[in-house]
Design a protein around this ligand. Structure first.
Ligand code: BES
Ligand code: MN
Ligand code: ZN
Length: 511
C-alpha cells in the first residue's frame, strides 16, 4: 500500500511580514543581527538594552552564534537575542540567509511562535538592500522547511511560526528595496519548498502522474498547463522518451506549462528531467544507494518550482521580453519485460536515430524529445534544460555546485550570473566538437553514450543533447550533485535541496 499522504511542508509553516522597526521591538522574542565591531543600531526602543548587553561583553558577533537575554531592562520585549553575522568581510547574501535561518531555529527551540528579526544597516555590509531582503526571507522560510515522513503515528502538527521583519537605519530607497527583496525572497523560497516536497517523496508516492497533477494544480491566470499521455507522445513520434518508458507499468507523462508575459512574443523554454525513479533499466544499477534515484526528477522539480514562483508573482515588477514554457519529460526507468535493451535503436521526434548502448543513460533520451518538442512547437528564443544527468558531474564538481554547458556563451553567462546571485553556483564545462564527435554511432545517427576510452562523462551527455538543440541558443545544467547530498547549511538540512528554482527565477527577471 502506498502511504496515503506522505508528509511534507505545507508552505505555511513560516509566515513573516515586514514591519516598521518600532513594531519589531516588542513581543516575546526579538532577534537583532549583530556584526563585528559595531554596536547594532536597532532604533531608539532597544538602544539601552543593546548597550547593556554590549557592556556585559555577552553580545556575540561570531557568525551564526546566538546569545539570548531575558527580561532586558528598558526594553519592551521579554527576550532579546542576537545572531552574529561575523566580520564585515563575511557579510554576504549567503551569510544573511544562514543567520536568518539560525534565528528561525532559535525561535523554534525557544518555542516562541511569534518573534521579530531586526536587520540593522550595519548587517548589510556591501550587500544591496534588495538582495539582503531576499536572502533574509529565504533563510526564514527554508530554515523552517522540514520534510515530514509518513509514520504510523502522525506527528503532531508543528505550530506555524510568525516573524516580523524590520530593517533599521536604511535610507528610504534602500528600505523599499529591502522590502521588495523580502517579498521576492518569500516567493522564491516557498517555490523551493514546493519543489523539495515533490523531490523528497519516494517513487511509489511521486510518480509521473503526481508530477502532472502538481503542474495542473498550478494552472490559472496567466499559467496554462497541458499533459500529454503515451498515445499523444506516440503520435508526435517521441521514440526516445517512449523507449525509456517501455520498461515500466507506470504511465509516462509529458507536461507543458505556459506562462504568458503581456506583450512578449517568443518563448524561453525550461526543460526538466522527470525520472521519478531510475533503476538503470536493463543496464541495471548496483543496489547500494539506488534508493537515491528517487531524486532523478529534480530537474522537473526545479521547473515546477520555477512555475510555482511565476504563478505566485515571482517576476515582481520585471517584465521579461519572453513568455516561459516549462516542459517536463516524466517517466520511470525500469527493467520490465517490455524494457528496451542495449543495442536497441529508437527514433527521436526530429528524426535522429539513436542507438541505446546503455539503458541507464536515459535522461538524455527523454530530454532529447523534450528539446525537439520545444523547437517544433514553441519557437524558443532560448532553451535551458535541467537534469540529474551524470554521476560524473558529482565526481568533477561535488554537491555544492552544478555543471553548465551549452552552445551559446551569452546564455551560459546569464545563467552563471543568476546562479551567483542566488548562491547556487554553476561551473561551466566545455562542449567541443571533439565531444560531439564521440556520440556518433555505426548503427544509428547517434549513440546515447561515448566509449570507455573517452573518459569524459558529463560533457558526453551535453554533447548528445547538443544535436537536438541544433542552432537554438541552449544551455544544459547537470544538477546531479547539487540536487541533494550537499553540506547542511541552516536553510538546508539534507534530502532534496530544491536546487535551481531560485537561479531560474533570477534569470527570468533579467530576460
Ligand atoms: N540519474 C543518473 C545520474 C545520477 C547518478 C544522478 C548519480 C545522481 C547521482 C543517470 O541517469 C545515469 O544513470 N547516468 C549514467 C550515465 C552513464 C551510463 C553514461 C551515469 O552517470 O553513470
Ligand atoms: Mn540512469
Ligand atoms: Zn537518470
Amino acid at each position: 500500500m502506498v502511504p496515503e499522504r506522505a508528509g511534507g511542508y505545507n508552505g505555511r509553516r513560516m509566515k513573516f511580514r515586514s514591519v516598521p522597526v518600532a513594531a519589531a521591538c516588542r513581543g516575546e522574542l526579538v532577534f537583532v543581527l549583530a556584526t563585528d565591531g559595531a554596536v547594532p543600531d536597532a532604533g531608539p526602543l532597544l538602544r539601552g538594552a543593546i548597550a547593556a548587553a554590549k557592556a556585559t561583553g555577552d553580545l556575540a558577533t561570531a557568525a551564526r552564534k546566538v546569545s539570548l537575554f531575558h527580561q532586558p531592562a528598558k526594553a519592551a520585549c521579554k527576550r532579546l537575542g542576537f545572531v552574529g553575522c561575523g566580520t564585515r568581510a563575511q557579510l554576504t547574501t549567503e551569510q544573511l540567509r544562514r543567520v536568518a535561518a539560525v534565528a528561525q531555529a532559535a525561535a523554534e527551540r525557544a518555542e516562541v511562535a511569534d518573534f521579530a528579526l531586526i536587520v540593522p544597516a550595519a548587517a548589510l555590509g556591501d550587500v544591496e538592500a534588495e538582495a539582503a531582503g531576499r536572502a533574509v526571507a529565504e533563510g526564514l522560510v527554508l530554515g523552517a522547511y522540514v520534510y515530514a515522513p509518513p509514520r504510523r503515528k502522525a506527528p503532531k502538527p508543528r505550530a506555524g511560526q510568525k516573524c516580523r521583519v524590520a530593517a533599521a537605519g536604511l535610507a528610504r530607497r534602500d528600505e523599499a528595496a529591502f522590502q521588495r527583496g523580502l517579498e521576492l525572497g518569500r516567493i522564491g523560497a516557498e517555490a523551493t519548498a514546493f519543489a523539495r516536497d515533490l523531490e523528497n517523496q519516494p517513487s511509489n508516492v511521486c510518480t509521473p502522474t503526481t508530477l502532472a497533477q502538481a503542474a495542473r494544480r498550478l494552472a490559472g491566470g496567466r499559467l496554462h498547463v497541458k499533459v500529454l499521455d503515451r498515445p499523444a507522445m506516440q503520435k508526435l513520434g517521441m521514440g526516445a522518451l517512449l523507449g525509456v518508458a517501455r520498461g515500466s507499468d507506470e504511465p509516462p507523462k509529458f507536461v507543458v506549462l505556459e506562462y504568458r508575459v503581456p506583450g512578449a512574443k517568443r518563448n524561453a523554454c525550461v526543460v526538466g528531467k522527470g525520472l521519478t525513479f531510475d533503476t538503470g533499466g536493463i543496464s541495471i544499477k548496483p543496489a547500494g544507494k539506488m534508493d537515491e534515484m528517487r531524486y532523478d526528477m529534480c530537474g522537473a522539480g526545479a521547473v515546477l518550482g520555477f512555475f510555482h514562483a511565476l504563478a505566485h508573482g515571482g517576476l515582481g515588477e520585471h517584465r521579461p521580453k519572453h513568455n516561459f514554457v516549462g516542459l517536463i519529460a516524466a517517466t520511470e526507468n525500469m527493467p520490465g519485460p517490455n524494457a528496451q535493451k542495449p543495442g536497441d535503436v529508437v527514433r527521436a521526434m526530429d528524426g535522429h536515430t539513436i542507438e541505446v548502448l546503455n539503458t541507464d543513460a536515459e535522461g538524455r533520451l527523454v530530454l532529447a524529445d523534450a528539446i525537439c518538442y520545444a523547437r517544433k512547437f514553441h519557437d524558443p528564443a532560448v532553451v535551458v534544460d535541467l537534469a540529474t544527468l551524470t554521476g560524473a558531474v558529482v565526481t568533477a564538481l561535488g554537491h555544492e555546485m552544478a555543471g553548465i554547458m551549452g552552445n551559446d556563451q551569452r546564455v551560459i553567462e546569464a545563467l552563471v550570473a543568476a546562479g551567483k546571485a542566488a548562491d547556487e553556483p554553476l561551473w561551466q564545462l566545455p562542449l567541443w566538437d571533439c565531444h560531439k564527435e564521440q556520440m556518433k554511432s555505426k548503427f544509428a545517427d547517434l549513440a546515447n553514450i561515448n566509449g570507455p576510452q573517452h573518459g569524459n562523462g558529463s560533457t558526453a551527455g551535453g554533447a548528445f543533447l547538443s544535436y537536438f538543440a541544433g542552432d537554438t541558443p541552449w544551455a544544459h545544467l547537470d544538477i546531479a550533485g547539487a540536487a541533494y547530498g550537499g553540506l547542511h547549511k541552516d536553510y538546508y538540512k539534507g534530502g532534496a535541496a530544491g536546487t535551481a528554482v531560485r537561479t531560474l527565477l533570477h534569470w527570468a527577471r533579467t530576460l
